[in-house]
Design a protein around this ligand. Structure first.
Ligand code: IMP
Length: 199
């Protein structure tokens, strides 16, 4: 497969880094930091698929080539799958990762008797071109939430999430290990497989 140009419709540097690591062997990858004039797309839908679609389709109207967008988040069972699509802004608009993690632990403090707190990270990747959705890929990783933050790596809720079958959080595991099992890695490997069959 030739390294075709691919734009990631995101301005989140840590998310971009993970996606680039996984896709650079296959694509000439760029991201929105290289296109400051492209519009800011608001996430107004209530599903990962809906928001990933908005971000990919709108930006693909401005870019000559393929565009992918990732919408992802954490779903905690005892919180009725919250924060879900609101993961980035759980503690409020422009909340930091620290603030979101603190709010999650505060909300979970009411459920001390119902541990383990089962959770999953979910990721939807939408591929678009010329204002049209081309395909969609969904990845999930199951695990549980810890009672305090552990580790410095990764981003978002990584210091609180222990993937099933492991004893350390995503923030304690190496980026290589996270990138082998994460929700994003899972969705992106389906995307790469799809490209090998269709492009
Ligand atoms: P999005 O930019 O609307 O997709 O927001 C995704 C949010 O979900 C991030 O800001 C994080 O809070 C959370 N999230 C998504 N993927 C991960 C991950 O791999 N690790 C930790 N948190 C994540």
């Amino acid at each position: 497969m030739n390294r075709a140009p691919l734009l990631i419709s995101s301005r989140n540097p840590k998310k971009i880094k993970e996606i680039k690591t996984l896709l650079s062997p296959y694509f000439e990858v760029s991201d929105l930091s290289q296109y400051p004039d492209f519009p800011e797309v608001e996430e107004t839908k209530n599903t990962f698929s809906g928001n990933a679609g908005l971000k990919a389709i709108e930006i693909s109207r401005h870019f000559h080539g393929y565009v992918i967008a990732d919408d992802s988040g954490l779903c905690v069972k005892v919180l009725n799958n919250k924060p879900g699509v609101y993961s980035a802004r759980y503690a409020g608009k422009d909340a930091t990762d620290k603030e979101n993690n603190a709010k999650l632990l505060e909300d979970l403090s009411f459920f001390k008797d119902t541990r383990p707190w089962f959770a999953s990270f979910n990721c939807c990747i939408v591929l678009a071109q010329g204002g049209e959705k081309v395909a969609e890929f969904n990845g999930v990783v199951e695990g549980k939430i810890t009672h305090q933050e552990f580790g410095e790596g990764g981003f978002g809720y990584d210091p609180l999430f222990i993937p099933k079958g492991h004893k350390q959080t995503f923030a304690e595991l190496s980026p290589e290990k996270k990138n082998k099992m994460s929700h994003r890695a899972n969705a992106l490997s389906q995307f790469v497989q799809w490209c090998e069959n269709n492009l």
